[in-house]
Design a protein around this ligand. Structure first.
Ligand SMILES: O=P(O)(O)OC[C@H]1O[C@H](O[C@H]2O[C@H](CO)[C@@H](O)[C@H](O)[C@H]2O)[C@H](O)[C@@H](O)[C@@H]1O
Length: 409
């Protein structure tokens, strides 16, 4: 078990009460919650972080802005501190969390039959150029440097599909990742549980971070300031690694919330609750839109009893996670240090991801001026990334270029 004291600084103290008192191990009365789901529970001005208000974790807004001279872009939508889940802003946030072209163009009044969408994307790419057409430029920046590669999973290596259990990556993609990892240290950083994403990817030669970076199996060499929080372990095939789980204290609470969420959503057709070990995903991709406010309210009702958990938005998914200052950006920092590549001028980290949670990693690289993010998106979105790729097929092309280039270095 982690000596958690060491990570107190990683814990966001939301109020003096919630920081000092232990969480109530409250098993909610589900019948009561169900019948009483109209009560607004989001009003908690002391506790912004629990309301999904982290600017790096907000869902995409469909409040798209279009001007032929500029570009159609997606801005982040903030449900608002005082809004409850039945408010329009919440619904907006849920509707736009994985916007389709049809939805974007409808909202911005663009005629889908015209060339406007393509023009808008083209204009957006002036700000976020394709990592394929800019490949030479990227390689020039990598001259004399070692590349470290970080890859998100869903929507990056595998296409977004309706059933999260069927988000398989293709064999061709697996080969591309395997080849690139021969020369470049490569890590997968996912919102899924580490074990699950490892199963999906199925490559031993990578490092894996699950639960949005809260569960890392990294290289043997741990960063100096984390040494006592590391558990040394060996994998099935005898390979050694270091397991780092900054949220281990939250495990019983997350398991409890998972059970409650499964129970409370069991009658909502299409809802799916996924246990990602240190976080829980509540999927509403397959739920009738009329039931979205209900599902959001159920999640909020349960969260009400857990002041040390917070809610964030992903692609048609509500994610419950610990109130920890730990994210995919922190995971990148941790892995770089573990690889002995932290604070090195001769290292170029590259992070490829499609989701809001990947923005923490993009931001880290942009603000540190030490590498760059590549946003995977077929629709214009605000981002801290430098480059873009349209979809997983283009990600595969990029990986192939990267490994081919390394052969000739
Ligand atoms: O960080 P990631 O690897 O991108 O994981 C984020 C979430 O991905 C999965 O959900 C998303 O992909 C599903 C399959 O394509 C899709 O059905 C769902 O609507 C998306 O939200 C995963 O199931 C979640 O647990 C992850 O948190």
């Amino acid at each position: 078990r982690l000596p958690f004291n060491k990570f107190d600084s990683a814990l966001i103290k939301t109020s003096s009460e919630s920081a000092s008192s232990p969480d109530r191990m409250f098993v909610p009365d589900l019948m009561h919650l169900k019948s009483n789901h109209r009560a607004p529970v989001l009003i908690d001005p002391m506790n912004k972080s629990r309301l999904g208000l982290y600017d790096a974790l907000l869902p995409y807004s469909s409040g798209a802005v279009f001007s032929p001279g500029l570009f159609l872009t997606v801005t982040w939508k903030n449900p608002g501190v005082h809004s409850d889940v039945r408010s329009t802003s919440w619904l907006d946030a849920m509707q736009s969390s994985s916007p389709t072209h049809r939805k974007l163009t409808k909202d911005s009044g663009i005629d889908t039959s015209s060339n406007d969408v393509a023009v808008a994307y083209g204009n957006w790419m002036l700000k976020y150029p394709s990592a394929l057409t800019s490949f030479d430029h990227i390689i020039n920046k990598a001259k004399g440097k070692r590349i470290a590669l970080f890859l998100d999973y869903d929507g990056t290596l595998s296409p977004i599909v309706d059933n999260p259990d069927h988000a398989f990556m293709s064999d061709a993609m697996r080969t591309a990742v395997k080849n690139v990892a021969k020369d470049i240290p490569t890590a997968i950083i996912s919102g899924r549980s580490r074990v699950k994403v490892h199963e999906f990817v199925g490559l031993q030669e990578l490092y894996y971070a699950g639960s949005h970076g809260m569960d890392i199996m990294g290289p043997v060499r741990p960063p100096n300031d984390h040494t006592d929080a590391i558990i040394r372990c060996s994998g099935k095939e005898g390979e050694e690694g270091n397991l780092f789980q900054p949220a281990s204290e939250f495990l019983p609470m997350i398991s409890e919330v998972f059970i409650s969420l499964v129970e409370i959503t069991k009658d909502i057709k299409g809802a799916k609750v996924e246990n990602n070990k240190f976080c829980v995903s509540v999927h509403y991709r397959n739920v009738d839109e009329k039931s979205w406010p209900t599902i959001a309210q159920y999640v909020q009702d349960i969260l009400e009893h857990y002041p040390r958990l917070r809610l964030t938005h992903g692609r048609k998914v509500l994610e419950v996670r610990p109130v920890l200052k730990w994210d995919k950006g922190k995971a990148v920092e941790f892995l770089l240090e573990s690889l002995g590549l932290g604070d090195c001028d001769d290292v170029l980290p590259i992070y490829v991801g499609d989701d809001r949670t990947d923005e923490d990693a993009f931001k880290l690289l942009r603000e540190g001026g030490r590498g760059f993010g590549i946003l995977v998106s077929s629709a214009p979105k605000e981002s801290s990334a430098f480059y873009s790729l349209r979809d997983p097929a283009e990600v595969m092309e990029f990986l192939k270029l990267l490994s081919d280039n390394h052969k000739w270095r």
